[in-house]
Design a protein around this ligand. Structure first.
Ligand code: 5AD
Ligand code: SF4
Length: 442
């Protein structure tokens, strides 16, 4: 009888990709991937620790899933990923009833952990590695979307931004071998994927020494763009400190590299940036944005912003708003600061901005971003973009949804196009979240 694994993924794209690595590893020991939770013999929750809210959601979900075991006593439940690393004891508590706990560098050990758990024992491995990159494992690409996919190029992080849990849950930064990245890219291309996003916590610090030569991210990116000339290439996330002109020139030079730079600023205030340990200040960031504008004029720029970091004054908050007005981000992901135990900020600073002030500041940031996004999208009206058709629009089965090079979502009537096609779309309407248009014949 077949065995099935169901994997639910929370958190970042790295986690989505990791779940595919896990599915590939479990396939080797006879577990078929299923998207129906009730069919599963093994349920894995791939978790995120970045904010307290993300962890709370997972605990809630574990309580729901526990009920499934009442109906199927042989069901195994595992928690993998960043929370596994951080909360091993809690996850084994009587209340939650987890059988398996595996950290982000322990996925190769899952077959052993599953067999221990099947003998009614709790199984754990949260060892962090300095070298594991799952180089040789071809992720089992799940789901029906055969249009865009992710390839991870590095793991872990060495930056130790003072607010961030990632270096503790995912360990030290390590870059994956170029040949293995290239092989995975070419495999995805041969499977029909039209867009590949190169992933890492800090992709532009990619560095690998091979045969006495150092390969950095611009080298890797241009290599990938050349070997997959008909595939759209994106990358995320970039750290401003490593955003050099050489990288921007590679993006400008290759037609198939998307003109979209995700460059999280976190705060517009140099004093807050210093407390955050970001290693750049407001002026440096502005000068990097100017470089993007000069070298890739058509690029969209997006950001992550945190409101209410330790000690943030009203004046420092205003500096974030003024920087947003200066950059005019196309889109931002915006968060309230959430103290994470074990981080430098938790140790050295006081989380002293009252909750209602954090909320008010976050709402101001969101309102401003919505206004700017709406204005920027309005400026796109009348333009023609090459759009990769990705699927049916959520709101109408008569319409398609796709993205342009700038990573903006565009909705348009289907006409004769098919999913996976590139079409030229004339933009006729917009709001703060999407563009609308019609396919034109060139
Ligand atoms: N609190 C709030 N937001 C955080 N991020 C990272 N750590 C925290 C935290 N402790 C945000 C940053 C990062 C994004 C992925 O999550 O903006 O870029
Ligand atoms: Fe969450 Fe960060 Fe872990 Fe991704 S790396 S799952 S964002 S804590």
């Amino acid at each position: 009888m077949s065995k099935y694994v169901y994997i639910e993924t929370y958190g970042c794209q790295m986690n989505v990709n990791d779940s595919e690595v896990v599915a590939a590893i479990l396939k080797e020991i006879g577990y078929e991937y299923t998207e129906t939770i009730t069919q599963a013999n093994l349920i894995l929750i791939n978790t995120c620790s970045i904010r307290e809210h993300a962890e709370n959601r997972v605990f809630q979900r574990l309580h729901e899933i526990k009920k499934l075991r009442a109906r199927k006593s042989s069901l195994l439940i595992g928690v993998i990923g960043c929370m596994a690393e951080r909360l091993r004891e809690q996850l084994f508590s009587h209340d939650v009833l987890t059988d398996i706990v595996a950290g982000p560098d322990s996925y190769r050990d899952l077959p052993r952990l599953v067999s221990i758990a099947a003998r009614s024992k709790q199984a754990i491995n949260v060892h962090l590695s300095k070298t594991e990159t799952y180089d040789d494992i071809m992720p089992y690409r799940v789901g029906n979307n055969r249009i865009s996919t992710f390839v991870s190029i590095m793991r872990g992080c060495n930056n130790f931004c003072t607010y961030c849990i990632v270096p503790y849950t995912r360990g030290r930064e390590r870059s994956r071998a170029i040949d293995s990245i290239a092989k995975e890219v070419l495999d995805a291309v041969s499977m029909g994927y039209k867009e590949i996003t190169l992933l890492g916590q800090n992709v532009n610090s990619y560095s690998l020494t091979q045969n006495n030569t150092i390969f950095r991210f611009p080298d890797l990116l241009s290599h990938i763009a050349r070997i997959a000339p008909h595939t759209r290439i994106r990358f995320s996330t970039s750290h401003p400190k490593d955003m050099d002109n050489e990288l921007l020139e590679v993006v400008a030079k290759h037609k198939n590299i998307c003109k979209w730079i995700h460059l999280p600023v976190q705060s517009g205030s140099s004093s807050v940036l210093q407390r955050m340990g970001r290693t750049y200040n407001r002026e440096w960031y502005m000068q990097r944005v100017e470089a993007i504008r000069n070298i890739i004029p058509e690029a969209s720029i997006t950001s992550d912003i945190i409101s209410g970091f330790c000690g943030e004054t009203e004046n420092e908050h205003q500096e974030t708003l003024s920087l947003m007005k200066w950059v005019r981000y196309d889109l931002s992901y915006m968060f309230k600061y959430s103290e994470r135990p074990g981080t430098i900020a938790a140790r050295d600073y006081i989380d002293d901005v009252p909750e209602e002030v954090k909320t008010r500041r976050l709402n101001e940031i969101i309102a401003l971003q919505n206004e700017i996004s709406a204005q920027k999208n309005k400026q796109d009206e009348g333009k023609i973009f090459e759009v990769l058709v990705e699927g049916i629009s959520k709101k109408s089965s008569e319409e398609f949804r796709g993205r342009n090079s700038q990573n903006k979502t565009i909705i348009f009537p289907k006409k004769h196009a098919k999913i996976g096609d590139y079409v030229s779309v004339h933009i006729t309407d917009s709001n703060s979240a999407t563009l609308r248009g019609t396919i034109i014949n060139e």
